[in-house]
Design a protein around this ligand. Structure first.
Ligand code: NDP
Length: 449
């Protein structure tokens, strides 16, 4: 249990723990939101009367299915697929799919729960959901990935649709996987229904800026937090963990805004390049060759590769965790603060443990939690849906401008809400409360459903 949960909310949290045993990441995500909600019930007693918190913690629908496929050696493999349709108060369920061996129901539920509030913060008409599989795309051939995606969609197709549930990518699911999934959906349903998935290729219904959106959006969010402190990225030394989609485009935007990223990583180790990470090389290694980040030093001898090292030991002014959940613990957070870090922008979902969050908040540094800072990805997915619905495609400049405005609005909303609820500068409270109130009001309007 948490000492920070209001006594009116505590029994609800206990019920969540009892009803969802063993789902530790889900417990962590729920706890973090519920810690912010005590003061909301004081201002809005109707939310308690309507049991909004109890209802929001229970997914509307959870789908778990078998995904059988045949590998290149002719051997049958079996994975497990998930789609958790968490909340559709504000629009069709929307959220990515993660293919990673660590995926189980507790991970999908934590991500789906976060997604409800994140999507509400974008101001766009999207509900929250998430899905995925314990399939590991690493080391698989192209045709194995294709067969897996086809089998996955052969079950998933009956649950999704442009007005029902619109999946996208996440860890292990990028443009290649979305292509195979979309192809199979089209084949089974006999419908060319662009709005059923986002993150599509540019030649077949995708949106410019979607690939860059999460990373660009996270950097825009940090830029806003720095502006409040009369500061900017200019001349700042930055660390960005991961070297996947979010990490790459976070680094790109940091450079454009005048900062310098000196380290990035993958799950085997990290690269430290004091001249600044060569992003063209990272894109070549990761997006084209699909190799490990360690090969960076093959051509860049001056850089260092540290296997199994802790990237947060490197002194920096801005840190942007962009790999996975719980990658910054309390000790890492304390080290970052001690080494002079003034801003954290979470590209990943829940990358900081509760102990780490506490350190950042107590130190009073600018801390942008994932559900606010990384909302640019899903926001641009919603812009992709808008373009699909109007059979239109927008320019890069226009779409990026929309993304920037959305991130500025999210920042403003979180900042002002934190202030209104008596915790100025606390973006955790700001994001949780602003996101929750929007969903809660819609749920009250709909009655008990
Ligand atoms: P990618 O698969 O493109 O990249 C993930 C990166 O993180 C890789 O470098 C990977 O290294 C590393 N990583 C993954 N799992 C672990 C782990 N358990 N330990 C250490 N490193 C790990 O995923 P994305 O960039 O899309 O996603 C990164 C984060 O951003 C996730 O938390 C995701 O939920 C979040 N996010 C993504 C959005 C999107 O639009 N894609 C939107 C909002 C949030 P390796 O290759 O070695 O596994």
């Amino acid at each position: 249990m948490s000492p920070n949960i209001d006594e009116k909310v505590e029994p609800i949290f206990k019920e969540v723990l009892d009803r969802n045993p063993g789902e530790i990441e889900f417990h962590q995500a729920v706890r973090e939101v519920l810690e912010s909600l005590g003061p909301v019930l004081v201002k809005h007693p109707e939310f308690a009367d309507h049991k909004i918190i109890e209802r929001i913690c229970e997914p509307e629908r959870q789908i778990i299915f078998r995904v059988p496929w045949v590998d290149d050696n002719g051997i049958v493999q079996i994975n497990r697929g998930f789609r958790v349709e968490f909340n559709s108060a504000l629009g069709p369920y929307k959220g990515g799919m993660r293919f990673h061996p660590s995926v189980y129901l507790g991970i999908v539920k934590f991500l789906g729960f976060e997604q409800i509030f994140k999507n509400a913060l974008t101001g766009l008409p999207i509900g929250g959901g998430k899905g995925g599989s314990d399939f590991d795309p690493k080391g698989k051939s192209e045709s194995e990935v294709m067969r897996f995606c086809q089998s996955f969609m052969t079950e998933l197709y009956r649950h999704i649709g442009e007005h029902t549930d619109v999946p996208a990518g996440d860890i292990g699911v990028g443009g290649r996987e979305i292509g195979y999934l979309f192809g199979q959906y089209k084949r089974i349903t006999n419908r060319w229904e662009a709005g059923v998935l986002t993150g599509k290729g540019l030649d077949w219904g995708g949106s410019l800026v979607r690939t860059e959106a999460t990373g660009y959006g996270a950097a825009f969010f940090v830029d806003e937090m720095l502006k409040v402190r009369k500061d900017s990225f200019d001349g700042k030394t930055c660390i960005v963990s991961g070297s996947g989609n979010v990490s790459i485009y976070t680094m790109e935007k940091i450079t454009q805004l005048g900062g310098k990223t000196v380290a990035c990583s993958d799950s085997n180790g990290y690269i430290y390049d004091e001249k600044g990470i060569d992003l063209d090389l990272v894109k070549q290694i990761k997006e084209i060759e699909r190799r490990r980040i360690s090969v960076y030093t093959d051509t860049h001898k001056h850089a260092k590769y540290i296997a199994k090292g802790n990237i947060w030991e490197i002194p920096c002014q801005v840190a942007m965790p962009s790999a996975t959940q719980n990658e910054i613990n309390g000790k890492d957070a304390a080290l970052l603060v001690k080494n002079g870090c003034i801003a954290i922008g979470e590209g990943a979902n829940m990358p900081t443990t509760p102990e780490g969050v506490k350190v950042f908040l107590e130190a009073g540094i600018a801390y942008g939690p994932g559900k606010a800072a990384n909302a640019g990805g899903v926001a641009t997915s919603a812009l992709e849906m808008q373009q699909n619905a109007s059979r239109d495609s927008w320019t890069f400049e226009y779409t990026e401008d929309r993304l920037r405005q959305i991130m500025q609005n999210i920042h403003k909303n979180c900042y002002e809400t934190a202030d209104e609820y008596g915790t100025p500068g606390n973006y955790v409270n700001g994001a949780n409360i602003a996101g929750f109130i929007k969903v809660a009001k819609a749920m009250v309007a709909f009655g008990v459903i």
